[in-house]
Ligand binder design. Sequence first.
Ligand code: PNS
Length: 159
Amino acid sequence: MKVAVYPGSFDPITNGHLDIIKRGAKVFDKIIVAVLVNIDKKCLFEINERVELIKKVTSNIDNIEVVSFSGLLMNFLKENNANVILKGLRTTYDFEYELQMAFMNNELDSSIETICMMTSQKNLHISSSAVKQVARFGGNIEGLVPKEIVSDIMTRINI
Ligand code: PNS
């Protein structure tokens, strides 16, 4: 069984993330969306909230699991009998960042592969931080994040 872990902060999940999850779920037997408990990053949503938002928008996908993790990603993979790290790539900036992380993870365990999936063109400009910035300054985030969570984000931003 090919299990891929799709890790990230997901603060919040965007249409770009959801697209990679849906496409990944067709390629792998199971996708584990692993949400990082960021200790040194100030997040808009708490860890359990980020997990719940992802669950809310992926409830129609059978072969996925959404969980939180802390510490090294490689340890999480081993604990979950997964052998692939799934990542999404948008620009060359992502490529540099992902290449460095893939090399580091390969150094830690060379039996695990990092597989990058190209973003869908319509999502090239979407990132969680851009979504938060647009929302903070009163812009429209519909089309950037799944519609079911637009109000969760706007409510939190306006607190
Ligand atoms: O969505 P993000 O914040 O770009 O995701 C980054 C993430 C979670 C993939 C990365 O920070 C990570 O894997 N963190 C776990 C710590 C770890 O394993 N570090 C070693 C590899 S560089």
